[in-house]
Design a protein around this ligand. Structure first.
Ligand code: ADP
Ligand code: MG
Ligand code: MG
Length: 908
């Protein structure tokens, strides 16, 4: 029989930290903490497999599961010395969700399960008549249970603001207001008792079922509800964004309750073993006296600081745990040490203090900003906790990317006044229009308008809007609130707990400090400091960080695959070299015909395109040649000593002349060229192709018009010769695009040889260059061995290769791809991340066949995929010599390549 239940408690456990797949992260780590002899309330974990079986089974618990659960509870009872459902000495439990990968706040947990009319009196007696505590726990159970088990798990979707939880919360608020209470803690036992009764009445009215007054029914309901929450709306949305598979399922942890709400010697809190925003080696956390679990995260009361060292804007006047409970604080510091020694990483922990006694309820490797990840990894190297390779593995490529992201320009920042301060929850800076709803943020995002999502507090329903926002600002919540956790996970600029923010939803306005804003007004955030500005502040890129440099040095030490860049001008090339590019993998000459300073060369190019005879074409090309030479020379000079792969002209020629329907442009061009509009229209029509992406482009241009390639060869060889005589060290690689067979290469090579001899003679130098080709048509991969007899290098053009392999038009296919990924017909957009299954096979085949002909064939990649970490890992395994990507992705590709090499070594 399948074992579904694993128990833990009493300083021992059936599971351990390595069993995340089976027990979920929470369950595995609870077991590990028991093995570390930390104080953990006894419990049991129902496996993720059980969740999967539950869904396979039409949402029925597997047969025999509850028997296994009861056997587990027996063990818990023995360890804890209480009995579940017992009238004298009742044990209460929580039902906690916990997937393999943490999904903060996305799934549900119910506390205080097992409280019912049978057990209430016993618990009161046991706690020395602490009625207030018991009824506080009871009303919490009712609120959570109604929401999670009776509403959500039943698939009831109430209208906005009509959910049972909201209704009960409103009742609680109204009651407090009637009594003139400011805080939950002022509610008396009697108040709470009355509230519980009216809650139950409301539940019956709204949900048409009774709140179950039976410990057994509550337990089974709780377990099922946690399984159900795996397929809750917000959990599903989160999985889509994070790429977590639907079939992983969640585990359920049934754990003995301990109580932080027993009075002033009880408390609950969350902490990070190091500062998750900066990475500083200081114990960082928040806690609340006389409170239960989710109170800290929910932002209902402002939490106290853990210690004096880490007080912030919001809680600087409040006493720390270090002050109020020095003994327990010391014990917690010891837990911190034990955990870091065991996990060799920063952890995020949840704890509760019941009447002075500390209990650990959760630990997991903590989310952190890119800056913090960098700082911690290098600190831990110094502390001897991890080695250099592990340092390299500690930053995800996305986090590295985040380090390269813009921050507010501090000089410009000084010219503006800070209008409000909150907690610095997410890194970087953001300047954008205020969006008051997730919908608005998404709307701005699709219109490519930078925006800042401003909310009272965020809840899990907001994830998509948070994703769409450039920055997030909330009025409430602490460093461990939902907004802070999610933003930090994504490396998104975020400020929380900014109480100067007052939102008026009805009027769509927001007050920040004494200023008033409409939705759509621009504000700026400094996420590292928690400062808000009323105007747009300038932004700059965060480079030149010495820690960053040190880290990248380690990255390069373990990296084996080369990283080049795609650049078409000296500035981009220099920028990429600064980011560590080892050469240019793709220089597109046609880029000189777009944008700034393109008028003159474009006019020459058009002359060439619009002639109808070879003689005129040659004359036009002769005038164009100096521009090509200058462009190539400028970038080759910057590259000095590093290779530059020059791709021969690739696009269909019609891209450079106006479209037939652009009447004004045709009129202007005809006038400029002194030809009739009719004649011009005729020549443009002659260029028309039904399917230009599969038409006259790439090497085909050079076969049909050999003079076009001849001109480019001349420009390139002359630029090279000139640089050599000027004392530079040009490493030219000429790349023929869109090749389908070796004859094309031979045809073009004959021209190159002729021009090379001519230039060598003229300059009296010997030109060394490499002659190679792009592999971007499936046929080329099949005949790669033949192609390699002439080509000295291959560069896989994975954009076109994907287009031609899928038969997906790059320019039109977006909408289709979206449906395909939504329907899970394909796992991801193949233009973003390489389709390893299909296109990847062609890449491997091309490399293999090519090298069967030419053992030292150099192989690289120059498609967009060269900057995608998952694709880079694949290219490494496929044996490529280098990837090439846009300048800003170069550090990311370097890191992905190093990680691939380390992973390969570790797998051995
Ligand atoms: P999440 O995954 O959303 O963090 P948890 O299962 O960790 O949900 O539960 C949220 C909070 O509830 C915990 O941080 C803890 O404070 C409280 N809690 C859960 N189980 C118990 C328990 N057995 N005793 C006391 N508090 C608990
Ligand atoms: Mg938790
Ligand atoms: Mg191409």
């Amino acid at each position: 029989m399948t074992k579904y239940v694993y128990t833990f408690g009493g300083k021992t456990a059936e599971g351990n930290a390595s069993m995340k797949n089976e027990l979920g992260g929470k369950g595995a780590n609870l077991a590990e903490m028991c093995l570390l002899k930390l104080p953990v309330p006894a419990g049991l974990t129902i496996t993720t497999e059980c969740c999967t079986d539950y869904y396979k089974n039409n949402c029925q618990l597997p047969k025999g599961l509850m028997d296994e659960v009861h056997a587990g509870i027996k063990k818990m009872e023995k360890i804890m010395g209480m009995k579940y459902g017992d009238p004298e000495n009742p044990l209460l439990v929580s039902c906690r969700s916990g997937a393999r990968k943490s999904m903060p706040g996305m799934m549900d947990t119910v506390l205080n399960i097992g409280l019912c009319s049978k057990t209430i009196p016993g618990l009161i007696k046991k706690t020395g008549g602490n009625e207030r505590f018991v009824y506080d726990s009871y009303r919490r159970l009712i609120m959570m249970y109604a929401d999670v088990v009776m509403e959500k798990a039943e698939g009831i979707e109430p209208a906005d603001g009509q959910g049972i939880r909201k209704q009960l919360d409103d009742m609680l608020d109204a009651y407090k207001e009637k009594k003139g209470y400011k805080s939950d803690t002022e509610l008396t036992a009697d108040n709470l008792k009355k509230l519980a009764e009216s809650f139950k009445a409301r539940i019956k009215k709204v949900l048409r079922t009774e709140f179950p007054d039976d410990a057994e029914a509550q337990l089974e309901g709780g377990i099922k509800a946690v399984f159900k929450s795996w397929n809750g709306k917000k959990a599903v949305a989160y999985r889509r964004i994070e790429g977590i598979p639907d079939d992983w399922g969640t585990a359920v942890n049934v754990q003995t309750m301990v109580f932080g709400n027993m009075g002033d010697t009880s408390a609950t809190g969350v902490a990070f073993t190091r500062n998750p925003a900066t990475g500083d080696n200081q114990f960082y956390g928040e806690w609340l006296i006389n409170a239960q679990g989710e109170d800290v995260v929910a932002g209902i009361r402002t939490p106290n600081p853990l210690n004096d060292e880490t007080k912030n804007e919001q809680n600087k006047h409040m006493p720390s745990m270090q002050k109020l409970m020095p003994e327990t604080y010391k014990e917690l510091c010891e837990v911190r040490r034990i955990l870091e020694d065991n996990y060799h990483d920063m952890l995020d922990i949840e704890f509760t203090i019941q009447d002075g006694k500390l209990y650990m309820l959760q630990c997991r490797v903590g989310k952190r900003t890119g800056v913090a990840a960098l700082t911690m990894a290098l600190d831990m190297l110094k502390e001897g906790r991890i080695d250099e390779k592990e340092v390299v593995m500690r930053l995800s490529p996305e986090q590295l990317d985040e380090l390269l992201h813009p921050i507010l320009d501090s000089t410009d920042e000084k010219k503006h006044t800070v209008i409000a301060k909150g907690l610095p929850a997410g890194p970087g800076g953001a300047v954008g229009r205020i969006a008051l709803t997730s919908e608005k943020a998404k709307e701005y995002r699709s219109a490519k308008i930078a925006n800042v999502l401003v909310r009272e507090e965020t809840n899990p329903e907001d994830v998509e809007g948070m994703r769409a926002a450039d920055g997030i600002l909330t009025a409430r919540g602490g460093m461990t609130s939902h907004a802070a956790l999610v933003a930090r996970g994504w490396g998104k600029c975020c400020i929380v707990g900014c109480d100067a923010v007052k939102i008026d939803f009805a009027k769509k306005i927001v007050h920040i400090g004494d200023k008033q804003f409409k939705e759509g007004d621009v504000i700026s955030l400094n996420g590292a400091k928690g400062w808000v500005y009323a105007e747009p502040v300038g932004m700059i890129n965060a480079t030149e960080n010495p820690l960053f440099k040190k880290f990248m040095k380690l990255v390069d030490k373990y990296r084996k695959m080369g990283v080049r860049t795609n650049a078409d001008n000296p500035e981009d090339a220099q920028n990429a070299i600064n980011f560590g590019a080892e050469g240019i993998g793709l220089f597109r000459i046609e880029h000189m015909f777009y944008g700034k300073n393109s008028e003159k060369p474009l006019a020459k190019l058009r002359n060439m395109i619009l002639t109808d005879n070879t003689k005129d074409r040659k004359a036009a090309l002769k005038e164009l040649e100096p521009y090509i030479r200058k462009a190539a020379k400028g970038t080759l000079k910057v590259l000095d000593g590093k290779p530059l792969t020059f791709r021969l002209m690739d696009p269909p020629l019609h891209e450079f002349v106006p479209k037939l329907e652009e009447k004004d442009k045709i009129k202007a061009l005809a006038a400029e060229r002194g030809m009739s509009q009719k004649e011009l229209v005729k020549r443009i029509s002659a260029l028309h192709e039904v399917n230009p992406m599969m038409g006259l482009r790439g090497v085909r241009l050079g076969i049909v018009y050999p003079e076009i390639t001849e001109t480019q060869f001349r420009a390139l060889f002359q630029a090279t010769a000139e640089l050599m005589t000027e004392g530079f060290d040009p490493h030219l690689e000429i790349m023929v695009p869109l090749t389908i067979n070796v004859k094309e290469l031979e045809h073009q090579k004959a021209i190159a040889d002729r021009v090379q001899a001519e230039i060598e003679k003229k300059f009296g130098v010997k030109i060394n260059y490499m002659y190679g080709t792009m592999i971007e048509i499936p046929r080329a991969t099949l005949v790669a061995d033949q192609i390699a007899s002439v080509a000295q290098f291959f560069s896989f053009g994975t954009n076109d290769l994907t287009q031609m392999t899928f038969g997906f038009s790059r320019d039109d296919v977006n909408a289709i791809v979206k449906d395909y990924t939504d329907e899970k017909i394909i796992p991801a957009d193949p233009f973003n991340t390489l389709d390893q299954e299909g296109v990847g096979q062609l890449v491997k085949l091309g490399v293999e066949r090519g090298r069967s002909q030419r053992a030292n064939l150099k192989c690289g990649v120059c498609g967009e995929h060269g900057g995608d970490p998952a694709s880079v890992r694949f290219f490494y395994k496929a044996g490529l010599n280098y990837v090439s990507c846009s300048p800003f992705r170069v550090p990311v590709a370097r890191l992905a390549a190093a990680q691939a090499a380390i992973e390969e070594e570790r797998a051995k």
